[in-house]
Design a protein around this ligand. Sequence first.
Ligand code: PNS
Length: 158
Amino acid sequence: MSTVLYPGSFDPIHYGHVDVVAQAAELFGNVVVAVMHNPEKPSGLLTTAERVRVAREALAHIPSVTVEAFAGLAVDAAKSVNALCIVKGLRTSGDFEVEQQMAHTNYAVAGVRTVYVPCQPGFTHVSSRFIRDIAQHGGDISSMVPAPVAAALAVAFK
Ligand code: PNS
């Protein structure tokens, strides 16, 4: 059994993320979900503490998972938990382009490898950005996020 790090901004966590965590737990054992800052997404919706809280609730059914906030680099977070590798989910070829550059960079600067997990076909359209948009305008996000996430967004947009 190994430990892997699954970093992301998780603003908010959605069913696609939950699927990747479940697959990673099955493949590797322990999964540390790292709520981190993405410099390309400076203005978030939920605070870091809220992201951690709702992610813990959304993942409570998977016992080998922990959720923590980390500052700094994903490679340093991975080393701090003795992770075998970083895990990333892939929805589309667009995701691959972005993730491949990060994976090569993380290996080049710190020797930390990345393993990709394809998300289930039924979740390829699910994205945190669209979820925020839909929730902001009162739309139904229940097919894309667990109930605690929908509740947190309802409060955020009240
Ligand atoms: O869910 P996201 O927004 O696609 O996640 C991106 C994230 C947070 C994993 C990425 O921005 C990241 O790794 N941030 C931590 C800082 C870091 O390690 N930067 C160097 C990337 S090569």
